[in-house]
Design a protein. Structure first.
Length: 165
């Protein structure tokens, strides 16, 4: 006697009761009773289980396999995502740290430039004062030389006294 084909859609909607599942349930109940008359044939249980497995469509078994693989894939993806987030966090911290270092370097460079400008202005003022002082000395020397030349020139134009021997 052949088993009738089970329509999976009717089974999923609850329109069809599964005789094999009922059979297993009856076997389980008979096992739970401790009476010696309730012995169950092991071959009968295995046969019922195999019949249930055979009635499950390939798609359902494939779906179960996909669900297990999906969980594995999700776990791997979650691990990879956590790794990416951790790497991004480390890179972000490094960039922020580099940014702070860069800002500190810019501030220090600006301070050095300002200090150099102040020192440059100070040196320039000192040099200008020294140059002005030297030019004033030279101008005084030139004035003294002009006076000396004027005196010597005026001496040249004066009549000379002839000295008697």
């Amino acid at each position: 006697m052949s088993e009738p084909k089970i329509n999976f859609e009717d089974l999923a909607k609850g329109n069809v009761s599964i005789e094999l599942v009922d059979k297993l349930e009856n076997l389980r109940l008979s096992l739970e009773s401790n009476s010696l008359t309730g012995r169950v044939n092991k071959k009968e249980i295995i046969k019922s289980i195999n019949e249930i497995i055979d009635t499950i469509p390939v798609e359902l078994r494939t779906a179960r396999w996909i669900v297990r693989e999906q969980e594995s894939f999700i776990s791997k993806a979650q691990h990879e995502a956590n790794s990416i987030v951790e790497d991004a966090r480390k890179e972000s911290e490094k960039l922020i740290e580099d940014s702070y270092v860069l800002k500190e370097a810019v501030v220090e460079a600006n301070a050095l430039i300002k200090q150099s400008e102040l020192e440059s202005q100070s040196y320039r003022a000192t040099i200008e004062d020294n140059v002005d002082s030297k030019m004033e000395e030279i101008q005084n020397k030139i004035n003294q030389l002009n006076e000396f030349l004027d005196q010597e020139r005026s001496k040249l134009r004066q009549p000379r006294d002839i000295e008697k021997p």
